[in-house]
Design a protein around this ligand. Structure first.
Ligand code: FPP
Length: 249
């Protein structure tokens, strides 16, 4: 949020339709670094700066929900030094940015499986969530130790447990019941999912919630993300015709 514009935005006049919820797959940190002859972890460091620019944009444009894919349940297979670097960056990010989030009314939620995480990571999650719990502006969801299939599996398991306990019957299991067991319970589905770095795939991100999302893929690596890209993405979204399975207006 250090890159706030000097001039107040004219949101209503610029965009006919703004997404309420944006999901972002921050891809290309490693390739950005390698292309510059730098170690991959420099890419992750630059990726955090890009993330700060993204959050500033979301605050500026009064987006309600922003969900970022920070660490997947599959990312644990990366080399230990890279995992430690990413976790270290996240820890520093929470320590240094949470007070700025509070100042900008940003609520932080962490989405992902908690079982098996270390005490230190759980403390970090608790600190980020509890210190911003009263904020009512942008909700920043950080998908951490997150996998979409794992999320749906956990939801199904929770429903089966409810059924076994006699709290629900099979007939009670509908789309709303499943959605209520997801990490995103109570939140709107993403309208727009953005992925950087030229890769055009979902990679197990918000699988259930992305059913009717518009996808935007740009070639820039994640560390290159800036306000110009954000505005381009909003313009592209505003130009899409969303039909939700119908024939449209
Ligand atoms: C994808 O690039 C990026 C990641 C897997 C990690 C993203 C992490 C951060 C931006 C920093 C930590 C997060 C927070 C919330 C502070 P890649 O490494 O897959 O790049 P590549 O595809 O070019 O190898």
């Amino acid at each position: 949020m250090s890159n706030e514009p000097a001039i107040a935005p004219t949101i209503e006049s610029e965009f006919a339709v703004l997404p309420q919820h944006i999901g972002v797959i921050m891809d290309g940190n490693g390739r950005w670094a390698t292309a510059q002859g730098k170690p991959r972890n420099d890419g992750h460091r630059a990726g955090v700066e890009a993330l700060r620019r993204l959050v500033a944009c979301a605050v500026e444009f009064e987006i309600d929900y922003l969900t970022i894919f920070s660490f997947s349940s599959e990312n644990w297979t990366r080399p230990a030094d890279e995992i430690n670097a990413i976790l270290g960056l996240m820890k520093r990010f929470v320590a240094s940015d949470v007070s700025k989030f509070v100042a900008h009314n940003v609520r932080v939620r962490i989405l992902g499986r908690r079982e098996g995480l270390s005490k230190a990571i759980l403390q970090m999650i608790d600190q980020a969530e509890s210190r911003t719990a009263h904020c009512t502006g942008l909700q920043l969801n950080v998908a951490f130790n997150y996998g979409g299939r794992q999320e749906i599996t956990d939801a199904v398991r929770a429903l089966v447990q409810d059924a076994a306990a006699g709290k629900i019957s099979a007939a009670d299991i509908d789309e709303a019941a499943i959605a209520e067991k997801l990490y995103t319970a109570g939140m709107p589905d993403p309208d727009l999912i953005f992925r950087s770095s030229g890769e055009e795939r979902i990679s197990n991100f918000l699988l259930w919630q992305a059913a009717y999302a518009e996808f935007v893929f740009y070639d820039e690596f994640w560390p290159e993300f800036d306000r110009e890209i954000f505005v381009r993405m909003l313009e592209e979204f505003a130009g899409r015709k969303r039909r939700f399975g119908g024939v449209g207006a």
